[in-house]
Design a protein around this ligand. Structure first.
Ligand SMILES: Cc1ncc(COP(=O)(O)O)c(C=O)c1O
Length: 425
């Protein structure tokens, strides 16, 4: 199909091709013989990021032109004749609200395809099911605890061999790469130590060795970095976090360019059925529309809090990739647009009792798991997100009992600083 205009939506319905011109507000219709689904020629790839969050892959609703995709709360779709459907047969396989979200993530990650899941873990689970017993995976050693648990407690049982390595130095891969290596799993910045992994250096290694590279882009969001543009094969999100952005839904996303890889992942998605409901897709889509505004403020507030804590006499160490002396600051500068709204710190002494006292004194920061919402959260990785990692292993990567992780929200930063000061005093 060759469409010359960038502002038209082409709809095939009952074998009639409708062309809706948004600019002229005209509805033309032409004859067509085959149903090919709904096309949106909106200039996805040409949109700048701050427009793609709003319009990328989107089109007015087919039925009534609703600007926001309706929540298609249906499990199935009427067929006029055997196989006579409009591209949707059963909601485990496809749902129009989910399609809108999948197109949105594809657009903002500069990807050809998007896939949505019931959670970030369901998205990762789908990626790991691409592999066979005996296949080997190299993963970063400073990893979200749930990802570590899924790899070690579930997939190792089915014969996948997982190596955990400090990815700050590409040379660490050399002894591990072999002809069974199938996947390199990157998380950057890492949770909770805020290490930054050089995506470009690792995707180059992946290409040389014919190994897929997947990036968990949850902490950065596509506002800060777009791993597919740096050569990654798969981008994964816990969209529960910055993408949805309001701590009101659990959802996971994947974005890929390769058609075959997409088909394989979509097959597992449909077979396993770990898909999100339409309401959750709607909430994630609505969140994405303000991602760029929220991320800008998360980054500004994150920088102000990090700098304030670094100078605080009762703080031993602050982990934030914006500091010049952060070991991967140069890599962060190269691959990220700014340094994000996540940071971790250790109070003087680094013991559990001090961390507990600070966490319990917060008035604006909420003591809670999760991150990336509009509200500031404080977490204790050793007992919360990373409790499933054995103490000696987590301490090797710096997750000591005194470590506190902050997800800096978009409140007035002065209120956040005052809350930190009163809690640390
Ligand atoms: C970096 C990272 N990846 C994956 C996940 C898992 O996502 P979900 O909770 O949506 O399953 C999380 C959750 O905290 C996370 O922080």
């Amino acid at each position: 199909m060759n469409i010359r205009y960038i502002d038209v939506t082409v709809i095939y319905e009952n074998n009639i091709q409708f062309i809706l011109s948004h600019r002229k507000k005209h509805l033309f219709f032409l004859k067509s013989n085959t149903f090919v689904g709904i096309y949106n020629t909106a200039m996805d790839k040409k949109l700048r990021f701050n427009s793609a969050t709003i319009h990328g892959g989107q089109q007015p609703d087919k039925a009534y032109g609703a600007v926001m995709p309706p929540i298609y709360q249906t499990s199935t779709y009427a067929q006029t004749t055997l196989g006579g459907h409009q591209g949707y047969e059963y909601s485990r396989t496809h749902n129009p609200t989910r399609t809108a979200l999948e197109r949105s993530i594809a657009s903002i990650e500069n990807a050809k395809h998007g896939l949505a899941f019931a959670s970030g873990m369901a998205a990762m689970d789908t990626v790991l099911k691409l592999f066979q017993p005996g296949d080997e995976i190299i993963s970063t050693d400073d990893l979200y605890g749930g990802s570590y648990r899924l790899m070690t407690k579930i997939f190792q049982k089915y014969g996948l061999k997982i190596h955990f390595v400090n990815m700050e130095n590409v040379e660490n891969f050399t002894p591990l790469l072999n002809d069974k290596t199938r996947l390199i799993w990157i998380e950057t910045p890492t949770n909770p130590m805020m290490k930054v992994v050089d995506i470009l250096a690792i995707t180059a290694l992946g290409k040389t060795n014919n190994v897929l590279v997947a990036v968990d882009n949850t902490f950065a969001s596509p506002y800060l970095q777009q791993p597919l543009d740096l050569g990654a094969d798969i981008v994964m999100h816990s969209a529960t976090k910055y993408l949805a952005g309001h701590s009101d839904t659990l959802i996971g996303l994947l974005a890929v360019n390769d058609d075959v890889l997409y088909e394989q992942l979509a097959f597992i998605q449909n077979s396993g059925g770990g898909v999100p409901g339409p309401m959750d897709c709607f909430l994630a889509l609505r969140g994405i529309k303000t991602l760029h505004l929220r991320m800008q403020r998360h980054c500004e507030n994150g920088a102000a809090v990090a700098i304030h804590l670094q100078d605080h006499p009762k703080i031993e160490k602050v982990y934030w990739p914006g500091f010049i002396d952060h070991p991967n600051h140069e890599v962060a500068k190269k691959q990220m647009k700014a340094f994000g709204g996540m940071l971790s710190f250790v109070p003087q002494g680094g013991d559990l009792a001090t961390a507990k006292e600070i966490l319990e004194k917060f008035q604006i920061f909420t003591l809670a798991e999760s991150l990336g919402g509009v509200e500031s959260l404080a977490g204790h990785p050793a007992s919360m997100t990373h409790a499933s990692i054995p103490k000696e292993i987590r301490e090797q990567s710096g997750v000591v009992d005194g470590l506190i992780r902050l997800s800096i929200g978009i409140e007035d930063v002065q209120d956040l600083i005052e809350d930190l000061d009163q809690a640390i005093a």
